[in-house]
Design a protein around this ligand. Sequence first.
Ligand code: BF8
Ligand code: SF4
Length: 631
Amino acid sequence: MSRTNHFTTIEQMEADTAKLRETACNVCAETWEDRAKAQTPHCKFGEGGICCRNCSMGPCRITPKSPRGICGANADAIAARNYLRSIAAGTSSHSDHAREILHVLKSASRDGNYQVRDELKLINLAKEWDVETEGRDIYDIAHDVADVGLLEFGKPEGTQRFLTRATEERQKVWKEQDIEPRAIDREVVTAMHMTHMGNSADAEALVRQGLRMSLANGWGGSMLGTEITDILFGTPTVWTTEGNLGVLESDMVNIIVHGHDPAFSEMLVTACEVRELVDYAKTKGAKGINVVGLCCTANEVAMRHGVRMAGNFLQQENVILTGAVEMMCVDIQCIFPALAQLSQCFHTKFITSSPIARIPGSTYVEFKPETAFDQAKQLVREAIDNFQNRDESKVYIPPTKQTATVGYPTEQIIKHLDNVTNSHVEIIGTYKPVIDTIRSGVLRGAVAIVGCNNPRVRPDYSHFEIMKELIANDILIVATGCAAQLATKAGLLNKDAKYLCGAGLRRVCELVDIPPILHMGACVDISRMMLLATGIAKDWGVDITQIPVVGCAPEWMSEKAVSIANYVVSTGLDVYLGIEPQVNGSDQMMEIITQGTRKITGAGYIINTDPHQLVKSIIEGIEEKRAALGI
Ligand code: BF8
Ligand code: SF4
């Protein structure tokens, strides 16, 4: 039985989790709720960012009695160095992900495991990068494009190629402020060098490097990741799918793909469709193979194949706790090491696949582009063989799920706008229709809601409250990552969510035939949001800092999110945070991240851990931008 309402409340989601925690209790397993409790209260030095272990004279902790570390570094220096190191880790994660995808493009061939699916996007990128295209084989072009892309990581001279996609005003700001990112690896290495013992102690200089390095992510690594993934696997299109635990099937072989790198999950999804394997599943008593996604992988495969989504970050243990998962295959990032032990309480096979994410207790199958499809088929076969080991006495699948319309990269947004402007040739292919609705006040503005969920606040609650309030106030939302997953679980990606909107947004949803929250993909796809905001500013003819568009990460937790928040601020958009960055042990750092960056990039953070107050300040911020534009 499925339960599909207009939307699923947080209380319903929590009730499902409570049932699954009973299962955890029965199999003597712990979950993040238990560990979060055991970790509370959190270390105040860590929370404030004022514990330094950058050399072995320490660790040094800042207190009123000991305001300097042994070397003399104060709270400002230590908090800023720790903050910069977070941005370095986040930038590295997205960018290394992109590098892997570029290597996959390098290995692509007509008869190999990976092909070029979006030739037009490849040709356009080749032209943007001055790679010869005339009369050449598409794979020769692809390999040259991959080489040029790979050089973005280590080229000795010059800045990131994608910077020229930004508005002229942004390019000028980045140049004048000396935060134009050079090679991606260079920016990360510079950050690590700056934070080594005995180097920078100046908080502002450290934050400036954070801005520059984050741009190497948003307008470098992440943008590369998105572009090359589209070239290899196709630019996403609109799909109707479903989300939440109810997408697991009691009578099918359930295979979960979890992580971020689509090279792995794409192969598994394709393998699950192989006729011979589906038939094999039937010989084992299953009705078929049910492949579903978790976290950002879910976003990737939902947008390209309509694959259903089991949930977001803090749902990962719940999925195993259903007792109905034959295999969970993970690649990189945001994977709880706890999953290995938890899987052992059930029949679930837990497969790791990347040398970047090795987890004790997992079965490690290193995934290689040359053998990818055979490896994927072998894993699916093993999952099918495991179906007979399912212990029905441990199985409980909460029936809750919602339908969701997903897959709105910028190309799809433009296409939908074009559909309603067919008589006005001059605005075809532009954001002018949406600008007109913002100008006239039918829409007040737009908010990009991104990021994780986090036990520091009631998980998913902040997302839900903020989203409902924004759409009720005629503010369109674009979402990625685990925020988009919450919208999926809640039913807010359903076109019926228009009934929760103000009259203006509802009219837009009906006219353009969209839900009020547009699912733009995984966290690397926040680069798509940067291009969307850039396109709006260009078509409007104003600076990006002027448009009534902001970013919001209500429940962020990862270092990737710190890097993202910095590149969004560097791009000129304010970022509203529902979790405080770990720098509050330094008054100077709190001032820099909320005010100081405004003098550099024109934007900064607004922080409030109360979602109702946060959404109030978002709406006020949007109205202020409108007033400044005289609209
Ligand atoms: O990159 S939103 S918990 S899954 S970090 Fe992770 Fe956060 Fe989810 Fe995707 Ni993004
Ligand atoms: Fe202490 Fe300075 Fe070493 Fe940090 S770098 S641990 S503050 S002595």
